[in-house]
Design a protein around this ligand. Sequence first.
Ligand SMILES: Cc1cc2nc3c(=O)[nH]c(=O)nc-3n(C[C@H](O)[C@H](O)[C@H](O)COP(=O)(O)OP(=O)(O)OC[C@H]3O[C@@H](n4cnc5c(N)ncnc54)[C@H](O)[C@@H]3O)c2cc1C
Length: 346
Amino acid sequence: MQVDYIIVGLGLAGLAFSKELEKHNKSFIIFEDNSQNSSIVAGGMYNPVILKRFTPVWDAVNQLKIAIPFYESLEIQFNTKYHYSVPVYRIFKSIEEQNNWFIACDKPLLSDYMDSEIIHKKHVGVNADFGFGKLKNTGRIDTKLLLEDYRNYLLDKKLLLKESFEYKKMKIEDDTIEYKGINASKILYCEGFGLQQNPFFNYLPMQEAKGELLIIHAPDLIIDFLLKAAVFVLPLGNNYYKVGATFNWKDTTKVPTEEGKKELLTKLKGCITVPFKVVDHVAGIRPTVKDRRPLVGKHPKHSNMAILNGLGTRGVMIAPKAAKLLYKHLELGEALEKEISIARFS
Ligand SMILES: Cc1cc2nc3c(=O)[nH]c(=O)nc-3n(C[C@H](O)[C@H](O)[C@H](O)COP(=O)(O)OP(=O)(O)OC[C@H]3O[C@@H](n4cnc5c(N)ncnc54)[C@H](O)[C@@H]3O)c2cc1C
């Protein structure tokens, strides 16, 4: 079998790149072994404002110009809704935070997203003595459903192999990669935190950032916005909410823990007062990089090997733009933005 690309890993990174390949009529085959699940469990939110400090998220406005049409085109392809516009309501803890919000509202890049009016409306079961600051033009992608649909589509087309890619069995020539009877012009690695097992790229400084989330059912909580306090509470419909997320920089397993659950419940009870039931508890590892920028580019020695990784806490926004830039780099020889290129670690 002869293909233009082998892709290892089908989370948001693998999906974004394979769509680029489809768009340009390039052939490919993808390996996916479910060893990681960050894209499946993710909250799926996109929000261009850092809610601790009220500062802009790096490159977010440019990323969103590419990301929103990207997800909307997938909605058309599969005739399914994945993209939900959801405002974010940030609970203020003090007058000082309200003042900081006003100051930030006037800043360039932020004014399109931050509403300068403080919301004092009460919502049953929500503790918000100092009111809320509202973010607009934010939303959520149902990444789990999207990946399920895309995986099924590729399975039907026999473009997805549900197996582990075994690095040792690959033969690298100057102009081809040979792997178990497949000859590819190039190979792209999109393994998320699975990068640690990749002997060609595991020199890159990835840090595990495990995150846990709860799904709760709260019949008396009626909000149609993402509530952001010590945790976020994201409406999923029918009074189900996603609550998250923890950050653990030491645990490299994707197993949900009692400590994670306890932390989320304690924080949740600080912001909502209505009864609820936990119906699910999930965990995954965010592929985070020391400098909080993605890992994109060709291997320093093997030019037919490349990586798209390091999406950290913001895969929804970053993946489509990074995939586009990588495609242009690999196929048209265009230089990568310095901030995302792995050349910064050579
Ligand atoms: C709790 C939590 C909440 C999050 N919330 C958000 C959010 O609200 N918004 C947002 O933008 N981001 C969020 N993120 C981050 C987001 O999930 C990541 O940035 C993104 O999903 C990473 O995508 P990826 O494709 O690089 O990695 P992954 O999703 O980890 O995908 C890598 C894939 O490669 C496969 N793989 C690895 N090694 C091999 C191998 N050898 N052979 C075959 N397959 C292999 C894995 O099984 C996996 O499917 C969250 C993450 C977590 C954990």
